[in-house]
Design a protein around this ligand. Structure first.
Ligand SMILES: Cc1cc2nc3c(=O)[nH]c(=O)nc-3n(C[C@H](O)[C@H](O)[C@H](O)COP(=O)(O)OP(=O)(O)OC[C@H]3O[C@@H](n4cnc5c(N)ncnc54)[C@H](O)[C@@H]3O)c2cc1C
Ligand code: SF4
Length: 328
C-alpha cells in the first residue's frame, strides 16, 4: 500500500486567510482542493509538502453565479459533478459540462474541483509511477533525475497537459481570477499555461485560483471530444475543444479550436480556426480545417497508445467535433 508522507494540515475558512497562510508558510506549503490529483502524487513522492492548506472549508470558492447573457462566475472549488449537471452550463457552455463529466469516475468528480483540474500536474508515462518504479529507472528531470527519458537529448520536459477542462476553457475564452496577499489579478485562462512540462503554469507560487469567469454565451456553441483507452476513468490522450459563433445567415462568425493532451499546454489551432470564419460548414471545409488543426499536434511517446495512432486520430476528432456543431 502506498502511504502519504507526513504533513501539517491547515484549514482556513476564508480566502484571505488561505492567501496569508500560503505566503507565511512559503515553499514548504501546497494548496489542496479535492486532493484527487495531489494525494496520489504525494503517495508516489512526486510532491512532499510539509504543509497542506485545504481549500474545502472556504465556501466563497464553492459557488457559481451569473447568467448566459452576462457571463458566469465559477468558484475554483466547485466540483466537477456540479459543473457537469449545472443547467446553465449544460445549456450554454456544453463543452465545459461534457469535459467536467468526462473526468475520471463519479466518486472523483464528486471530490475533484474545477480549480484542481485546471492546475493538474502534467503527466508522462515515465513520471506517473511509484517512487520504487522511478528509482529503478534512475528517475527523470521532472523529479529527482537529470535527463528526459522520452527525449534523452532534450533540455526540457515534455510532460503532457492532461486536464479535460483546460482546452475547453481556452476555447471558451474564459478568464481566471488569482488572489494573493499582494492583491488580485484577472488573466485569460490561456495565459495560465506555458509550454514547459516541469513548470506548466504562470501562476505565482503564492497565488490562489479563486474563480473562472466565462464570457457571455452570446450565440457561441461548443463541443468537447475526448480520446482515451477506457471510457470509464482514463485521462485524455487527446481532447478536442471547439467553440463556434454563427451569424444570422448560419455562416461562422468566430471560431476557436483547442487541442488538449498533445503538449505541455493546451494548443490553439488559431490558423485552422480562422479558415472557418465567414464560411458555411461544408464537408470539404471541415475536412480541410481538421487536417490543418491536426498539424498543431505533435505527440511524443509518453502517453497511452502509439504516436502514429494519436496523430492519425487527431483530424478525425476535429472533423467529428466540427460536424457535430454543424448539425446542432
Ligand atoms: C484514477 C484517476 C483518473 C483521473 N482521470 C482524469 C481525467 O480523465 N481527466 C482529468 O482531467 N483529470 C483526471 N484525474 C485527475 C483529477 O481527479 C482531476 O483533475 C481533478 O479535477 C483534480 O481536482 P482536485 O480538486 O482533486 O485537485 P487537487 O488534487 O486538490 O489539486 C491539484 C493541483 O491543483 C492545485 N490547486 C487546487 N486548487 C487550487 C486553487 N484553487 N488555487 C491554486 N492551486 C490549486 C493543487 O495545489 C495541486 O497542485 C484523475 C485522477 C485519478 C486518480
Ligand atoms: S517528458 Fe521527460 S522529463 Fe518530463 S516527465 Fe517525461 S521523462 Fe520525465
Amino acid at each position: 500500500m502506498l502511504r502519504l508522507p507526513p504533513f501539517r494540515y491547515l484549514a482556513p475558512r476564508r480566502l484571505e486567510e488561505a492567501a496569508l497562510m500560503l505566503a507565511q508558510e512559503g515553499e514548504q506549503a501546497m494548496l489542496v482542493a479535492g486532493g484527487t490529483d495531489l494525494f496520489p502524487n504525494m503517495k508516489r513522492r512526486q510532491f512532499t509538502p510539509e504543509v497542506l492548506i485545504g481549500l474545502r472549508g472556504i465556501t466563497a470558492l464553492q459557488s457559481t453565479g451569473g447568467s448566459a447573457e452576462q457571463g458566469m462566475h465559477i468558484g475554483a472549488g466547485v466540483t466537477l459533478s456540479t459543473l457537469a449537471s449545472h443547467p446553465l452550463i449544460l445549456q450554454h457552455y456544453l463543452a465545459l459540462a461534457t469535459a467536467a463529466g468526462s473526468v475520471s469516475t463519479p466518486q472523483l468528480r464528486n471530490a475533484g474541483t474545477i480549480g484542481g483540474n485546471l492546475l493538474l500536474d502534467t503527466r508522462c508515462n515515465y513520471y506517473n509511477q511509484t517512487e520504487f518504479w522511478r528509482h529503478s529507472i534512475g528517475y527523470c528531470m521532472k523529479k529527482d533525475g537529470d535527463i528526459c527519458l522520452v527525449a534523452p537529448g532534450s533540455p526540457r520536459c515534455w510532460a503532457i497537459s492532461s486536464a479535460d477542462t483546460a482546452p475547453v476553457l481556452v476555447s471558451l475564452d474564459a478568464q481566471a481570477r488569482l488572489v494573493s496577499v499582494r492583491g488580485e489579478r484577472v488573466l485569460p485562462v490561456r495565459e495560465l499555461f506555458r509550454d514547459d512540462g516541469m513548470n506548466p503554469y504562470t501562476k505565482a507560487r503564492d497565488e490562489i485560483l479563486a474563480e473562472i469567469i466565462l464570457p457571455p454565451a452570446n450565440g457561441w456553441r461548443s463541443v468537447y471530444l475526448k480520446l482515451r483507452r477506457r471510457g470509464s476513468f482514463d485521462f485524455p490522450i487527446l481532447g478536442v475543444a471547439v467553440a463556434l459563433r454563427f451569424a444570422d445567415d448560419q455562416t461562422v462568425a468566430d471560431a476557436r479550436i483547442t487541442l488538449g493532451a498533445v503538449a505541455s499546454h493546451p494548443v490553439e489551432a488559431t490558423e485552422a480556426a480562422a479558415q472557418l470564419v465567414h464560411q458555411s460548414l461544408s464537408p470539404e471545409l471541415i475536412e480541410a480545417v481538421a487536417a490543418a488543426a491536426a498539424r498543431r499536434s505533435k505527440p511524443l511517446d509518453n502517453a497511452d497508445l502509439t504516436i502514429n495512432y494519436r496523430k492519425q486520430v487527431t483530424p478525425v476528432f476535429v472533423r467529428r467535433a466540427l460536424s457535430q456543431l454543424a448539425e446542432s
